[in-house]
Every structure is written in structure tokens, then in C-alpha cells.
Ligand binder design. Structure first.
Ligand code: FES
Ligand code: FES
Length: 190
């Protein structure tokens, strides 16, 4: 099998790898980098279980090749939590009961990250529309939308508390943290 060399940043860390030309990003992340949060569901772009963020865009990692990732920046659910705490989205999914078997959850979280970059204060309708590509077989979508709204409240509360205390603003991965020029351009960040 022919191979190519790529340089790709994943969750803030640069990797130089030789990959088969036909290896999907899903397989690369799971099998080469052991990032097993993303799941192989349908393997044909229908379920969203393999969703990651590539240069600011939510991507079904089963549908793109690792070879295409040269020079790009990828964020997976493993990159969401900080050293000593979960991401507010992760906390909110737990608190709102938006997780049952958990198979869809990492993909849901990454689609929620993309959603909150487009709509920092989304309506329930916007949540449903932007996350319609992610299928959940057991929780039901109402609690997932509840969780996204709860995460927004959590982040707003932390930012407000930091502003009032005059301390450094919190940085939430994928939302306040910028990953590349393309990411910044997509979300109009200067
Ligand atoms: Fe990729 Fe279903 S496994 S969309
Ligand atoms: Fe089971 Fe969504 S929690 S598929």
C-alpha cells in the first residue's frame, strides 16, 4: 500500500506520521493515536458518531482520509477536558442526563462545539437543526438539547464570575481556544 507523510495537529499536539493513502481519519485517530472517543457507527456519514472538528468544521471522520489532514488541526473529545476538570459541555451532558450508552456522546459533544461557535447562545431550534446529523438511539434528543443549553449557562456564569473577580477569563477548548487561521477565519476571530 502506498503511503504519504503528514504533519497534523491533534488536540494541540503536532504529529508527524506516515499513513496509508486509503486510511480514513477515523482509523488513524483510533488505531494510530489511540483516541477511542470517536466511534465507528455506520461508516458512511449517516450517524455522526465519528464527528471531530477539523480546522473549525465538524467532519465525519469516516468519510475523509488521514492523508488529507496534512497541515490541519483536529479536535476530538479527548481534547475537551482540562487537566483537572471536564469541559462544561461534558459536565452538562452528565448533569442533564444526556448520556445513556454513551456511544453517540463524543460525536454529539463535537457537534455541540461547532454549534456553539456558530451560535454562542443558540435557541433550541438551532441546536436541533445544527445537530441533526448526530443520531442517538437511547437518550432522546430533548435532554441533549437541555445539556447544550445548560453548558451555555455554565460558561456564561464562569465568564461573569471571572469578570467580576477581575481574574483571567476561562478558556474552554474548541470555543475560546483557537486552533488555526482557518478556524479563526470561519468564526471571524481576530
Ligand atoms: Fe461516521 Fe457514522 S461512523 S458518520
Ligand atoms: Fe446511546 Fe446516544 S446515548 S446512542
Amino acid at each position: 500500500m502506498r503511503t504519504v507523510n503528514i504533519e497534523v495537529t491533534v488536540n494541540g499536539q503536532l504529529y508527524r506520521k506516515e499513513v496509508p493513502v486509503n486510511q480514513t481519519l477515523l482509523r488513524f485517530l483510533r488505531e494510530d493515536l489511540f483516541l477511542n472517543s470517536l466511534k465507528e457507527g455506520c461508516n458512511e456519514g449517516e450517524c455522526g458518531a465519528c464527528t471531530v472538528i477539523v480546522d473549525g468544521y465538524p467532519v465525519n471522520s469516516c468519510l475523509v482520509l488521514a492523508a488529507e489532514m496534512d497541515g490541519k488541526s483536529v479536535l476530538t473529545a479527548e481534547g475537551l477536558a482540562g487537566d483537572d476538570r471536564l469541559h462544561p459541555l461534558q459536565e452538562a451532558f452528565l448533569e442533564a442526563g444526556a448520556v445513556q450508552c454513551g456511544y453517540c456522546t463524543p460525536g454529539m459533544l463535537m457537534s455541540a462545539v461547532a454549534l456553539l461557535n456558530l451560535y454562542p447562545h443558540p435557541t433550541r431550534d438551532q441546536i436541533c437543526k445544527e445537530m441533526e446529523g448526530n443520531i442517538c438511539r437511547c437518550t432522546g434528543y430533548a435532554r441533549i438539547a437541555d445539556a447544550v443549553l445548560l453548558a451555555v449557562d455554565k460558561m456564561d456564569a464562569e465568564r461573569k464570575a471571572a469578570a467580576e473577580a477581575g481574574v483571567e477569563m476561562p478558556v474552554f477548548a474548541g470555543i475560546d481556544e483557537k486552533f488555526s487561521d482557518k478556524w479563526n477565519k470561519r468564526y471571524n476571530v481576530s
